[in-house]
Design a protein around this ligand. Structure first.
Ligand code: IVH
Length: 716
């Protein structure tokens, strides 16, 4: 069987054809699963495999009655054990940077002007939209029909909740023409305040009745959750395995954004919102074009309490979509939008204790343990105390009454002490100088505000944190290997290093003996096999996730991506890092020249690869895991794919930031210094030594106009 393209769009299939194809797909996908997982001999590329899985889902979404008992979407590996199939967004669902004060907004606008090279007097028009704290969803329409809907998840992949979304009356199933052939529409699902209050009361009642049944030994019925805030209520209602439950909940949907689209159907965000309305979506009626954000912000802050739903700020989006496209994204947030949050809510409570957590790099982080207090929509019992110096500066002592604040989704923070002058106050807090997990000395080096455990590999807390990081969503994303299981596996001595995770299959029999892991109660029988399947599914991973998972200090997801793009394979990266130990070596210079990798990061990397135990752990891991090489982007696609580019001098029609961002988007590596490895030097006005060096080395020099043309900018 082959992964050939199937000609008919799912909606063009008759029921009989759909049934036939689903049967064929079930067999075909199972065949590839076995080839991949059991024989380690995949016969198709991941992309071809994904295409089969997507095709299967698309048909199932249209013909839910035909979903087979052996459907690939129901199997482990394809579907999370909890019951929802995963769904990959065609375009990632991003988050927003936050502003908290007028200066933050001004800086945001100034950054846009700089990036687009706009004069300061050019007014920027934004559309302001109240930011509802609900649940964002991604709605896929093909040929004007709703075919699939998913939660945001980690932004790349969410949960397929199509049947639940179909119960929302705000969701049009068909769009009136004209519409693009394919379009992802994003919006927020939420619950009005009044509906929430009523719903919570009903749930409290149901809980009380259940407790009474429990006391009298009667039949219990399903578990009851009492939601703490509207967001929580909306999330719980939407993530029900039984859509009839979702249907009974008062959920609403406001649409606001576009994901992937086969054609962009508007020129401004304002027109886009008009179009959404015409297609039958609800759009927040308070959404308004503005040039004065501060004024709108004040207005919303004063009207906030009277709104039917809770908002935690206002989202400002640049109106012109062509500018949005030019601005693009940094990391996970667009350059063209910002969430201006309302001031944090404050509350008072008593500080009961200070806990010290040990992170994966050995950092000792203090955390406040407090009497429970309701603030910013949730009950909190823990807050961050940042570091040793912060505690001393605020003179925070155990037993104090403290002011706490929480803004939206931000971790609660301790603002200060309220009753510092009471007579019976305890002694100042003494920050530990020994690691609470392993007893090693904890020291502060140089200017560092952070005290770190020196226990390294012998510190169990660091080991567990590194393992948690390795398995986490942004890294290896191992299904079933959450915090709790890692702790247990570590305590039982089965997992000490990342490679041990891949050796767990040798211990399946032992794990099945553990309470809750065996063949006992319903749902337990599969725990071990699900976990092992989750692990097997990660024997191939994108290089950037693998690098991020190693947990090297300062190598976050963004830097891991830069490194992956630059070095392209783990073997090459490993070899170059060993060479880079020599200061002044070519490899060291190469590392230093990667745009976005500063000297501190470079040092951290080189030090990591200089440690034998790190290399041993890495090589051990590589016996099981294959990080996928980053293919030089299809060279046919652009003149810059895989090429090293240096900008020098002042560009006249483009900002440096935009020029660099476009070159990178086209697959170029933008570096800072010219060497014989450089492919192009783009020379602006007043270019200095770099232009001379390019000439000397015979590197191809481009004028700004030539760059514009090769990069596909319209001529000026
Ligand atoms: S736009 C790139 N618009 O805020 C565009 N988001 O921090 C990203 N949200 O996950 C989203 N109201 O859940 C956008 N009018 C609005 C929004 C909104 C609420 C939420 C959404 C998103 C989060 C981003």
């Amino acid at each position: 069987m082959s992964a050939s393209l199937r000609p008919l769009a799912p909606e063009a299939l008759t029921e009989a054809q759909a049934a036939e194809e689903l049967a064929a797909l079930a067999g075909e996908i199972a065949h590839h699963d076995r080839a991949y997982h059991e024989r380690d001999a995949p016969e198709v590329s991941d992309a071809e495999y994904d295409m089969l899985v997507r095709r299967n889902r698309a048909i199932e979404a249209l013909f839910p009655d035909l979903i087979r008992a052996d459907s690939p979407s129901r199997r482990v590996g394809a579907a999370p054990a909890e019951g929802f199939a995963k769904s990959r967004h065609l375009a990632p669902m991003l988050s927003l940077d936050n502003a908290f004060a007028p200066e933050d907004f001004l800086e945001f606008a100034a950054r846009i002007r700089r990036f687009l090279s706009l004069p300061a007097e050019e007014p920027l028009r934004f559309v302001a939209e109240p930011k509802i704290d609900g649940l964002s969803v991604n709605l896929l329409y093909e040929h004007g029909r709703f075919v699939k809907g998913a939660t945001r998840g980690d932004g790349v992949e969410g949960e397929d909740i199509t049947p639940n979304l179909l119960t929302l009356k705000d969701l049009p199933r068909e769009l009136p023409a004209p519409f693009p052939e394919l379009i992802e529409i994003r919006g927020e699902v939420f619950m009005d305040r009044a509906d929430f209050v009523k719903f919570r009361a009903e749930q409290e009642q149901a809980l009380a009745e259940r407790e009474a049944r429990k006391a009298s030994g009667g039949k219990l019925g399903p578990a009851v959750n009492v939601p703490v805030n509207p967001r929580n209520a909306a999330a719980g209602s939407l993530r029900q395995l039984d859509p009839t439950i979702t249907a009974s909940r008062p959920l609403k949907l406001f649409a606001y954004a576009m994901g992937q689209a086969s054609a962009i159907p508007a020129d401004t965000h304002e027109h886009w919102l008009d179009l959404l309305r015409r297609w039958g979506f609800s759009v927040n009626p308070l959404s308004t074009p503005v040039t004065e954000a501060a004024e709108f912000q004040r207005k919303m802050a004063s009207e906030r309490a009277a709104l039917a739903y809770e908002i935690d700020g206002v989202v400002y989006k640049l109106d012109r979509l062509d500018w949005q496209a030019r601005l693009g994204f940094v990391g996970r947030a667009p350059r063209w939008a910002i969430a201006w949050k309302f001031p944090a809510e404050q509350a008072r409570t008593r500080l009961l204790a200070i806990e010290i957590q040990v992170g994966r790099t050995g950092a000792l982080t203090p955390r406040a343990v407090m009497a429970p207090v309701f603030v910013g929509g949730v009950t909190v019992t823990h807050a961050t105390l940042h570091n040793e110096d912060e505690i001393a500066r605020k003179d925070i002592r155990i037993g104090d009454t403290i002011t706490l604040q929480r803004a939206g989704d931000v971790i609660p923070q301790v603002v200060g002490v309220v009753d510092a002058d009471r007579p019976d106050r305890g002694p100042p807090y003494a920050f530990p100088t020994l690691c609470p997990a392993c007893g090693s000395h904890a020291v502060r080096e140089g200017e560092d505000v952070v005290r770190r455990c020196t226990g390294g590999l012998i510190c169990p807390a660091q080991t567990v944190e590194r393992l948690k990081h390795f398995a986490s969503r942004g890294a290896m994303d191992i299904e079933g290997l959450g915090e709790e299981n890692i702790l247990l596996l570590h305590e039982e001595g089965l997992v000490k290093s990342p490679a041990d995770i891949f050796r767990l299959k040798d211990h399946a029999a032992r794990m099945r003996q553990w309470e809750g892991w065996g063949k006992g109660a319903k749902g337990e029988a599969k725990k071990v096999s699900n976990l092992l399947a989750g692990i097997e599914a990660r024997r191939r991973v994108p290089l950037e996730r693998f690098l991020f998972g190693l947990g090297i200090r300062r190598i976050g997801a963004q830097n891991a991506k830069l490194l992956a793009r630059h070095y392209q394979s783990i073997g090459h990266l490993r070899a170059r890092m060993l060479e880079a130990r020599i200061l002044g070596s070519e490899a060291r210079e190469e590392l230093g020249s990667i745009q976005g990798i500063g000297p501190a990061i470079a040092t951290e990397l080189v030090e990591f690869f200089a440690e034998t135990h790190n290399l041993d752990a890495l090589d051990d891991l590589l016996r099981y895991v294959t990080p996928e090489d980053v293919a030089g982007l299809d060279a046919g696609d652009s003149a810059f794919a895989g090429k090293a580019l240096v900008f020098t001098g002042t560009l006249e029609t483009l900002s440096r930031a935009e020029a660099e961002a476009r070159a990178e988007a086209l697959g170029a590596k933008v570096t800072k210094s010219v060497s014989k490895k450089t492919d192009f030097v783009v020379v602006g006005a007043d270019a200095g030594s770099k232009a001379a060096k390019a000439a000397e080395l015979g590197v191809r020099v481009l004028t700004e106009a030539e760059f514009r043309e090769l990069a596909g900018f319209p001529a000026t």
